[in-house]
Design a protein around this ligand. Sequence first.
Ligand SMILES: CC(C)(COP(=O)(O)OP(=O)(O)OC[C@H]1O[C@@H](n2cnc3c(N)ncnc32)[C@H](O)[C@@H]1OP(=O)(O)O)[C@@H](O)C(=O)NCCC(=O)NCCS
Length: 184
Amino acid sequence: MNVRHYDHRDAAELRPLLLEVYAEVYAKAAESDPFAAVDRFAEGLDGWSTRPGWSCVVGYDQEGQPVGYAYGAPLPEGARWWGGLLTEVPADVTMETGTRTYALSELMVREPWRGTGTARRLHDALLAERAEERATLLVDQTHPKVHKLYESWGWQTLGDLRPRIPDAPLFHAMLLPLPQASTH
Ligand SMILES: CC(C)(COP(=O)(O)OP(=O)(O)OC[C@H]1O[C@@H](n2cnc3c(N)ncnc32)[C@H](O)[C@@H]1OP(=O)(O)O)[C@@H](O)C(=O)NCCC(=O)NCCS
């Protein structure tokens, strides 16, 4: 797999590819879950990809076909991200400065490449470039295997979080300390 890195300047050009892979990966989920609908995702993508610091990695196979991707962006000061946190934590845990925390918004891999280490490689490639001190992600509580997978990659569970948006499921909010790339 060939991994390529992108930033917000590439977002418009990448958009159709990201939507196509999403539609395939989430086709089944979207049948019953309005939160997984492609147009909802497209709105979210447009919001994320215009944020300063948005970054994305896409993996390609030998023929140049996308196999999966991951993207995210730093949380801004006073981030809404933590607004739906239901577990009480000390205030400094959710204190954002704009440069403290990288939010891993999406990670998905097309089915033929599941269980091959591809997801982990994309995850590691995305985070290796980041200068933030930690990363955060949300994992749906009805997907315990994915939660376990992230724990096996070193992520720690902070608590329960339900974003304050319509149809949002209950998530585990997770944190991962980042080694802080020496190049930044
Ligand atoms: C999450 C993902 C990137 C991990 O890829 P991977 O490292 O190759 O791991 P696998 O696909 O083997 O998944 C690990 C386990 O989680 C399960 N799982 C993965 N995605 C799931 C989902 N959306 N819902 C429920 N279970 C899921 C798999 O069935 C697998 O279970 P198994 O070990 O019994 O086979 C990939 O499974 C994927 O793209 N899933 C769909 C999108 C998604 O859910 N992304 C995560 C959002 S937080």
